[in-house]
Design a protein around this ligand. Structure first.
Ligand code: NDP
Length: 450
């Protein structure tokens, strides 16, 4: 980066940090974008004069509210919830709800900010938003989760709508939670509308939505490899996480002939010597989606699987790494280890799983590095397709949705290549940032000053 550009990034970031004190995850997400966008803006006077980046880093609004509910022991419990409506210039706000004790405003602003670019990259008319609560669903009974969701919707329903803001799932919010939230919306509003995505198939959900983020991530990875004349077939893969994204990324890797060597959860990772097979994967799916158990149980059940408590999977030598758990789960030391072991591609199923220093290490080593805002856009893309099906009042077949998903991931890859090519090596971070930015920035310019 040229020294005047670096100085401009630093000047911009100083202002952002001052205005958003202590919001470390948000600073990190903006820094990553600013490193690509500031040089682009310096070459495009109109964006600079209209202060598009300053405007884009300020959410349209943030709603903060109290959620009161009663646990199984009849104790009154109080949680905090947020909805960050970041930018609706190209469509209604769209982005998931996260239930996790770590949730705070900084995390939701980073996620909402990233969502603006991701949604733009899909080519569908969706703005960026995110929400959630510091409620911890782990260890809670289904009745407790139901009471929490119903209480949350009592406030949330005022702020969402099919043309306003359409939330979905994220960490801790799967099919069960979306169903409780949607049922409560119906009771409160007395109208059926596609105000949430990730719904059950019998009440407006889309086929392939459950699989979409994991499948999409693997499609993106395959596109990156194909672009350099390679493919996933025969490659070894480490995956972190064992939730929605990880499970279906693993399934698609197996289908494409790759060998999945790891999965994890917050208690540690499993190393599967011979590679994950379909029986094991079905065991993991049932363990996580139905019984909500711990990943260590896989090692108790199957030979040749070892559990490594309190550790991440990145020291296992692999060709491909797919971080699919959570933010900042892959640091600089992990990145050095992966590069040292000859990793070929890293493709982010999770949002911002790689620390900034780790991303720089991958790019400097010319590793194919697919950032989450491009690589995991398949989930929100199929959510967008769910909204279209709801509006049309019809349901497309699985093969139709999957084929649209593959086309969208291919197009996102093409956009990244066209904006990120650096003399033969594709910098996908730059490509995704500029590709996502342009459409939103042009809409903001067209609307004038507001
Ligand atoms: P799930 O809740 O289904 O799974 C999350 C997985 O990550 C679990 O295995 C969980 O383990 C693990 N995990 C969570 N927090 C930590 C932590 N602090 N340290 C280690 N492991 C952790 O979530 P999803 O699969 O839906 O989401 C995973 C990531 O993908 C998130 O970053 C999310 O924002 C992103 N994403 C999800 C999309 C979707 O459609 N679901 C769309 C786009 C992005 P444990 O069970 O022990 O907590």
């Amino acid at each position: 980066m040229r020294s005047d550009t670096r100085a401009e990034v630093q000047r911009f970031m100083r202002g952002l940090v001052r205005r958003n004190e202590g919001e470390l995850e948000f600073h990190q997400a903006v820094q990553e974008v600013a490193e690509s966008i500031v040089p682009f803006i310096l070459d495009h006077q109109a964006y600079r004069d209209a202060r598009i980046l300053e405007r884009l880093t300020e959410p349209d609004r943030v709603v903060i509210f109290r959620v009161v509910w009663e646990d199984d022991q009849h104790r009154v419990r109080v949680n905090r919830a947020w909805r960050v409506q970041f930018n609706n210039c190209i469509g209604p706000y769209k982005g998931g709800l996260r239930f996790h004790p770590s949730v705070n405003l900084s995390i939701l602003k980073f996620l909402g900010f990233e969502q603006i670019f991701k949604n733009s990259l899909t080519g569908l008319p969706m703005g960026g938003g995110k929400g959630g609560s510091n409620f911890d669903p782990k260890g809670k009974s289904s009745r407790e989760v139901e009471r929490f969701c119903k209480s949350m919707m009592i406030e949330l329903h005022r702020h969402i709508g099919e043309d306003t803001d359409v939330p979905a799932g994220d960490i801790g919010v799967g099919a069960r939670e979306i169903s409780y939230l949607f049922g409560q919306y119906l009771r409160l509003e007395n109208r059926y509308a596609g105000i949430l995505t990730g719904k059950g198939l019998s009440f407006g959900g889309s086929l392939v939505r459950t699989e979409a983020t994991g499948y999409g991530c693997v499609y993106f990875c395959e596109n990156m490899l194909n672009h350099v004349g390679e493919s996933l077939k025969g490659k070894s893969v480490s995956i972190s996480g064992s939730g929605n994204v990880a499970i279906y990324a693993a399934q698609k890797c197996i289908t494409l002939g790759a060998k999945v060597l790891t999965l994890s959860d917050s208690s540690g990772f499993i190393h599967i010597e011979g590679g994950l097979d379909r029986d094991m994967l079905e065991f993991v799916r049932e363990l996580k989606e139905v019984r909500r158990g711990r990943i260590s149980e896989v090692a108790e059940q199957f030979d040749q699987v070892t559990f490594h408590p309190d550790a991440r999977p990145w020291k296992v030598p692999v060709d491909i790494a797919l971080p699919c758990a959570t933010q900042n789960e892959l640091g600089a030391e992990d990145a050095k280890m992966l590069v040292g072991n000859g990793v070929r591609a890293v493709c982010e199923g999770a949002n911002m799983p790689t620390e900034l220093a780790g991303a720089h290490i991958f790019l400097d080593a010319k590793v194919l590095f697919g950032p989450g805002k491009a690589a995991n856009a398949g989930g929100v893309a199929v959510s967008g397709l769910e909204q279209s099906q709801n509006a049309l009042r019809l349901s497309w077949s699985a093969s139709e949705v999957d084929s649209r998903l593959q086309t969208i991931m291919h197009e996102i890859h093409r956009t990244c290549v066209s904006f990120g090519d650096e003399g033969g090596f594709v910098n996908y971070v730059k490509g995704a940032n500029i590709g996502g930015f342009r459409k939103v920035a042009d809409a903001m310019l067209a609307y004038g000053i507001y």
